[in-house]
Design a binder for this molecule. Structure first.
Ligand code: EPZ
Length: 417
């Protein structure tokens, strides 16, 4: 298994280009199931989860061509079996995103239930409850969701909790349903709006995406389209922290700074100097780093997917910071590994108290999930000596060549195959 080796002590500088957003690309690929015509996607990150989704679609009979230049052509004109097998779903929970499109287009689906993951139980009860209110019958049998409907109909769906993929699944299901669907307390992440834009270019009637209330009027048929995936705000945020933590000077380009307002505001409160342009921003890290509390919430608040990276920064703060995780119940695995590097962190339930001002030392550490692996690289960039990160397959699921991008900014980092 590959490992990543980082030697700390270098201030990063230069310009980094951000890739397309994983969490926008995954639902976009699933949306191809809604039409028999070709869906052309651009700015797709060539990463593990994208290739797993390609395999999932091919397994159903979709002609799926994904290229390393970031383009893809998907044609679902010959779907043989609307099924997502355990073997593929177990490697990527987001496979659940095929459920909505399959129910909308084929009125039946068999999708392996995604089990729990390192960061939480992550049930899909809201996805299933929404489909049932639209007229489907969803049974869980032998580890699979077995869903059937005589034809979905529109409905008013008030989501108990804000769920990103739940909103995306039900929005896709509603595009071909009879009548109007209202999704209330919907997620308004930029990835949800990007999906709505893609669906509209396929002929769907959707309004209100980007707000907590989305209205979808079902249509009889959808057609093919060409769509460019938005930049990855979490990758951009990760590089912003890399510059701040190393007292660097990095321009993060090819992104949409508006999608990162909460993150950039938080970083500037810790003392980093941030200048913003329409499609890029510059982060100059300053010393000392001020310790500032943070609480994660759904968008537009501070994202849970930046919590681990921010914790790494707070290990270098001059005071103490309380990190509160409200979205997932078990998203502090990275803290235990940072403690192995010498950090002073106390975890209690959904809160972690990070006492800064202690130099980190390099160590062998274990990545438990995608964002945890990125946070350990950031900690390694400021640790004394060498850090060796194991299980980086987590990283490859969501970051495109992150070690090469960091090395171009001056980091002493390499992949050990
Ligand atoms: C999406 O996951 C992202 N994944 C996650 O990114 C991200 O952390 C998360 O949204 C929150 O922003 C993709 O978009 C592919 P949720 P999702 O449903 O949709 C509970 C990364 O690092 N819930 O918004 O699975 C759930 O347990 C990944 O890129 C239910 O209880 O997250 C959680 O506590 C990690 N029942 C909360 O809601 C449901 O039916 C929010 O989860 C659905 C969710």
């Amino acid at each position: 298994m590959d490992k990543i080796r980082v030697v700390g002590g270098t201030s990063l500088s230069g310009r980094v280009e951000i890739s397309g957003a994983k969490n926008a690309a995954l639902p976009a690929m699933a949306a191809a199931l809604l039409t028999e015509e070709a869906v052309h996607l651009e700015n797709l990150p060539y990463i593990g989860d994208i290739l797993t989704t390609r395999d999932l679609l091919r397994n159903m009979g979709v002609d799926a061509d994904v290229r390393e230049d970031g383009t893809a052509t998907l044609k679902a004109s010959d779907v043989r079996s609307p099924e997502a097998p355990y073997e593929l779903v177990k490697t990527m929970r987001a496979s659940i995103l095929v459920l909505g499109p399959l129910m909308a287009k084929f009125q039946r689906a068999k999708v392996s239930l995604p089990g729990g993951c390192a960061i939480g139980a992550r049930p899909i009860n809201l996805h299933l409850a929404g489909l049932e209110r639209m007229g489907a019958k969803c049974d869980v049998v032998h580890g699979y969701v077995d869903a059937l409907s005589p034809g979905l109909h529109g409905s008013y769906l008030l989501m108990d909790m804000v769920t990103v993929t739940g909103t995306e699944n039900l929005m896709m299901a509603a595009t071909l349903a009879e009548g109007e669907t209202v999704l209330d307390n919907a997620a308004c992440e930029p990835e949800v709006s990007d999906l709505a834009a893609l669906l509209r270019s396929m002929g769907a009637e959707i309004e209100g995406d980007g707000t907590r209330t989305i209205r979808i009027r079902g249509v009889r048929k959808l057609h093919g389209c060409r769509h460019r995936i938005i930049p990855d705000r979490i990758e951009a945020g990760t590089f912003a922290v890399a510059s701040a933590i190393t007292q660097g000077d990095v321009e993060v380009a090819g992104c949409d700074p508006r999608h990162l307002t909460a993150v950039l505001t938080q970083l500037s409160q810790t003392g980093a100097e941030i200048s913003i342009r329409p499609d890029s921003f510059r982060v100059r890290g300053r010393s000392p780093i001020s310790s500032k509390n943070v609480t994660t919430y759904p968008y537009p608040a501070f994202p849970t997917d930046m919590q681990a990276q921010y914790m790494a920064l707070m290990t270098q703060g001059e005071g103490s910071a309380l990190v509160t995780e409200t979205v997932f119940e078990n998203r502090f695995m990275h803290a235990l590994e940072m403690i192995r590097m010498g950090a002073d962190i106390t975890v209690e339930g959904r809160q972690a108290l990070v006492k800064g001002g202690r130099p980190l030392t390099g160590a062998r550490v274990l990545a438990s999930d995608l964002r945890a692996s990125a946070s350990l690289i950031l900690a390694g960039l400021v640790a004394k000596g060498e850090t060796l990160i194991d299980r980086v397959y987590h990283l490859d699921r969501g970051y495109y060549h992150i070690e090469e991008k960091l090395a171009r900014l001056g980091a002493r980092i390499e992949r050990i195959r």
